[in-house]
Write a protein that binds this ligand. Sequence first.
Ligand SMILES: NC(=O)c1ccc[n+]([C@@H]2O[C@H](COP(=O)([O-])OP(=O)(O)OC[C@H]3O[C@@H](n4cnc5c(N)ncnc54)[C@H](O)[C@@H]3O)[C@@H](O)[C@H]2O)c1
Length: 359
Amino acid sequence: VIEFKLQHRSGGATRVQLGAGALSAVAASIPPSGGRALLADRQVAALHAQRLGELAEPRLELEAGEACKSFAQLERALEFLAVQGLERGGTVLSLGGGAALDLAGLAAALYMRGIALVHCPTSLLAMVDAAVGGKAAINLAAGKNLAGAFHHPRAVYMDSETLRSLPPAELASGLGEVVKTALIAGEPLYAQLEREAPALVRAEPAALEPVIEACVRLKARIVASDERDLGPRQVLNLGHTFAHALEREAGYGALPHGIAVAVGLVLALETSARMGVLREPELAPRTAALLERLGLPASLDALRARCACAFEPAALLAAMAHDKKARGGLRLVLPVALGEIARELAPPPGLLEALLAPR
Ligand SMILES: NC(=O)c1ccc[n+]([C@@H]2O[C@H](COP(=O)([O-])OP(=O)(O)OC[C@H]3O[C@@H](n4cnc5c(N)ncnc54)[C@H](O)[C@@H]3O)[C@@H](O)[C@H]2O)c1
């Protein structure tokens, strides 16, 4: 089991335990008094709640996946915490993918103005991304993640055994975010992915665990430099302006987030190359090859073929303009070189239309 501590600028810290069987150690993070309750993705609870031993109860089962990020589910969760008699010193435990963690994180942030939170992510995407960074949100009709709060977990337990039951598309989705992180982190992690691609696709814990650790540490370092997401943290949005537009066009829920991110990375690299920003032109084909080896689409046309969705350039551009990160005209986060990312770059007129057209 790998164990480390993430220190927060705002005070406090998050202890991270990562390895096979990590869920059997969660009790060490729960104080004896104040009460506790588990908020769990229903599908994941059926598969893995027993790994938590007596902490599996009391438990509220949430709608599986993205459907839990609603006011109705948040209300159910808060009422459940109250009925269970949780006090200020109590602890909310989460179990599931990023959606369940977001819902549980927001419930913990709101209940009695904030109580302790312990995350147990069970998807690769939740391990490398959602479990750390302190953001939690639910969706509004107007868009994703529009109602939320900042609330760091006290501890995160990542049990690589749980990844064995992850559907292949969800594993691929997590790997999309991993490739994003490697583009930000630079050569050692990126080359590790190239070396370990076959083992990563087979979800082998020995290959996944060091990669998850590297991703978590990098995200934590960037977040520590900008906890409130005012500037430097935006590099984590590499590929995401494209990805959000693709997800919107596919219809929310139809396209796993990290798969959209994979295509977003390719489009960001191409944009960067066409703008003359990319110092290492070979990084674009190199990344496309890596994505393919990880079972991810490596071009917009490949995604069109996979999804039976036209992804019309005009519709994608309109969706990109709506992205919540678009202030005063579209600005993109773009790679300059492996391990070097620039933000706030404005693509020249016409470039994106050409890039997004079917070839
Ligand atoms: N707060 C943050 O910083 C942050 C960061 C990234 C993503 N997110 C959020 O996370 C969500 C995406 O997370 P996700 O990709 O984990 O999706 P998800 O939570 O919707 O889970 C995807 C599916 O996988 C299932 N699942 C999860 N773990 C499983 C397992 N071990 N075995 C079998 N099935 C399993 C779930 O039931 C669900 O059906 C989005 O809502 C996104 O906004 C938040």
